[in-house]
Ligand binder design. Sequence first.
Ligand SMILES: *Cc1c(COP(=O)(O)O)cnc(C)c1O
Length: 468
Amino acid sequence: MDYVSTRGSAPALDFEGVTLAGLASDGGLYVPREWPRFTQDEIAAMAGLPYAELAAKVMQPFVGDSIAPDRLLELTREAYGRFAHAAVTPLVQLDERHWVLELFHGPTLAFKDVALQLLGLLFEEFLSKRDDHITIVGATSGDTGSAAIDAVAGRAKVDIFMLHPFGRVSDVQRRQMTTVLAPNVHNIAIDGSFDDAQAMVKRMFADTAMTGRFAISAVNSINWARLMAQVVYYFASALQLGAPCRKVAFSVPTGNFGDVFAGYVAAKMGLPVERLIVATNVNDIVARAIASGDYSCGTVVPTAAPSMDIQVSSNFERLLFDAGGRDGAALAAQMTGFEASKAMQLTNAQREGAAALFTSARADAGDMSQAMRWAFEAAGQVLDPHTAIGLHAARAAEGLPADVPVVTLATAHPAKFVDAVERATGVRPPLPARVGDLFEREERFDHLPGDYDAVAAYIAERATPRNG
Ligand SMILES: *Cc1c(COP(=O)(O)O)cnc(C)c1O
């Protein structure tokens, strides 16, 4: 399987190449040259497989010759063996129509674990083979940082430097990062805001003094391997609900459009998906684009669902490329225009391509609390704010055939957002036992001034240079 850039001019790469590259060199995102497709019989034969086996089956066409099937299965067993539930992503029923797919049983209670636990192993696999080394640099306001750190802690050939704004992440989120004491993990608290930290990371990717010495890499959701790992749970849940004989709809709390795009990929592979409901909070750029074709940035409004507080949905470019006829040169021009004016209009082909599968709905703070209360009162389920937004959109969806079940993806454990949950339901969900001693563990991080040169010098002193 080879991969092409959405902007048409970067070289095609194999799976190993796209995993290590992240972003394409022309600024685009990598997508498979064509979608692999399973027959209905092949999908039916997947029913009942343990999650790790299903994962290896669904991902093998994307991995191609980069990893042998036996080895891929070893990797998925290792990655998903670290989850606290035997089903890895268990499905819970709320009422006759609505289900919740719990994606938060990984080590850091965030759905990002599902993809990042595997990505950490893939990095180690490919870098050991090449005898090379990478330096992951990121900025986090919470969830992504802890999931990325956990995924690479103690792994050979990888160092991670994670910046967070000093005093501005929650105690739980900070401790999930700073209590990981592996020698390849470096937590840096900087004076300033998340945006200041993010700006430093961006500057470092463009700093040739740093990129010349170190193979600096990111683990953000533009990495194809992360998306690929997320396709698996669409198969897992749809199979449980009767696929391929029965269609299933999904409602997905959306930020960067990675998770819901994985649902689109599942549909392209032959999974009978009736609809993908893109759920946003008041930061609704993608909901507007899908409803009206208008993709234009506003300013980010902070909400109780911070992982969905985004201005631009980076993975949306993959949908624009695929739905718009896969014309890299045309999309490159469209994206350049967007980057200059912060607004664009979808083409007719892009709009129609999106409308074939996606609808959208946005939830404000009241809708979110109401959905949380409904789940608690109707089914005894305590949901986090992101999942509650997904459930609101699922329940608001119109025109679905009566026999189609609707699965809302539960993207975070409610204990990570106790205050918002308590306000809506009166319940304070406890941290699960596996992370229950978080507040007794030793913390380690360094506190640096909000100064790029200080951060670059800190990293240069500790990172392992690239080979050659
Ligand atoms: C990252 C995240 C999302 C958004 O996922 P995307 O793939 O960026 O759309 C939603 N909910 C939670 C809890 C997250 O951490």
